[in-house]
Design a protein around this ligand. Structure first.
Ligand code: SF4
Ligand code: SF4
Length: 367
């Protein structure tokens, strides 16, 4: 049975983390421990896109006190120097000298099942560490509806491989299958989920933060995500990644079958991403693809940094009259562009608005 600990809202952070470590983790002394925060890109800590520096700092302090050999690192979703990105997020300082560029040392792994013809490079620390402590934050996600512990392990894959993998699995269901496969390379032994603030709306980088003030510890990543999903007011079995992970026997998503210490606070009127309706419609043939919502670039907000275009493996982002535009015929609606944009300039419209835009475009082309 998975064991889950939810701290009381706004209780002392260090105490809660020590309790989770002492209750759920094997003794850390003398072990090499990879602490894996969420470091999506160079977003300032107050944006709540990445793991809170205070959570990372408390975990590192507690592990160093317990004589562990700590390595902190993540492979961001954007190109650039890892150390500079870590500095911008506050995670470099919070790692107390334990930061390492984990993208520099990689090894090849072969995936299995329906993905058996694929080999990818992952950070070697993923296989080499004696113990992995996963530090995700709880957020919505335009492609996977929610992101937490299981999705956070996608960061074990360095460089542009992540966006290439998106092109192999463009639908929510196939991407869920691929994420579950990658996660199962080696599930972390412990999760300490940062739910001090929870992102609603168009996560994982352009949503709105709501304070919650809790930390969720667990010895199973899938179960921690299921609890996070309940906090968002959603049923875990409705999230493709959690359903797929449960189907593979990677973890329990029914809270009645978990040992839970503490209360699960369900957030009132929690907002999911604006494309949720399209997400649901796309799961049913023959509508599949027809309802795919293509993002828009908001000219007023865009600073023309080009990060979205460099991230898009479908080369769907093109320059038109100096502004950037998204070519609908090439776009696979992976939303990587929205994820990496530092200005929240990539907007994901609602399905109705996108359909009107599409019809208008067809009409314009014909006339
Ligand atoms: S949309 Fe965002 S990422 Fe793309 S060029 Fe504009 S500011 Fe940069
Ligand atoms: S334009 Fe954005 S959503 Fe479309 S394929 Fe490129 S990165 Fe993905």
């Amino acid at each position: 049975m998975s064991k889950i600990i939810l701290t009381a809202p706004n209780s002392p952070l260090r105490e809660g983390i020590e309790h989770i470590l002492d209750s759920l983790a094997p003794p850390p002394a003398g072990k090499t421990i990879w602490v894996k925060p969420n470091m999506l890109g160079p977003f300032a800590a107050e944006r709540g896109v990445t793991t809170s520096p205070e959570v990372l700092e408390a975990v590192v302090d507690a592990l160093l006190d317990r004589h562990a050999d700590v390595i902190v690192g993540d492979n961001p979703g954007v190109p650039g120097n890892q150390e500079n990105i870590a500095k911008a997020t506050g995670l470099l300082d919070a790692s107390k000298g334990c930061w390492r560029n984990i993208g520099a040392d990689t090894c090849e792994v072969h995936l299995t099942g329906r993905w058996s013809d694929i080999s990818i490079n992952i950070s070697s620390i993923w296989l080499q560490a004696d113990l992995i402590i996963n530090l995700p934050c709880l957020k919505t996600h335009a492609l996977t509806l929610m992101t937490g512990a299981v999705k956070n392990m996608f960061g074990g894959v360095p460089g542009r491989t992540k966006s290439w993998l998106h092109t192999l699995a463009p639908s929510a269901d196939t991407f869920a299958s691929l994420l579950a496969e990658i996660y199962s390379i080696r599930p972390p032994e412990l999760v300490i989920m940062d739910a001090l603030r929870v992102m609603e709306g168009n996560g994982p980088s352009a949503g709105r933060l709501r304070p919650l003030g809790i930390i969720i510890g667990g010895d199973n990543n899938v179960s921690v995500d299921a609890v996070g999903c309940i906090i968002m007011g959603r049923r875990p079995e409705r999230i493709p990644l959690l359903r797929e992970a449960a189907r593979r026997g990677l973890g329990e998503i029914d809270p009645d079958r978990m040992l839970i210490e503490g209360e699960i606070p369900v957030m009132d009127r929690f907002k999911m991403p604006s494309n949720t309706l399209a997400f649901v419609a796309n799961r049913f043939n023959p509508l599949a693809g027809v309802c795919a919502v293509v993002p828009q670039i908001v000219e007023d907000k865009c600073i023309r940094c080009g990060l979205c275009a460099r991230t898009c493996r479908s080369t769907a982002i093109i320059k038109s009259n100096k502004a950037l535009q998204i070519d609908r015929r090439r776009c696979i609606s992976c939303y990587c562009c929205a994820e990496v944009c530092p200005q929240q300039a990539v907007r994901i419209p609602r399905i109705r608005e996108d359909l009107v835009r599409r019809l208008f475009g067809m009409f314009r082309r014909r006339s």
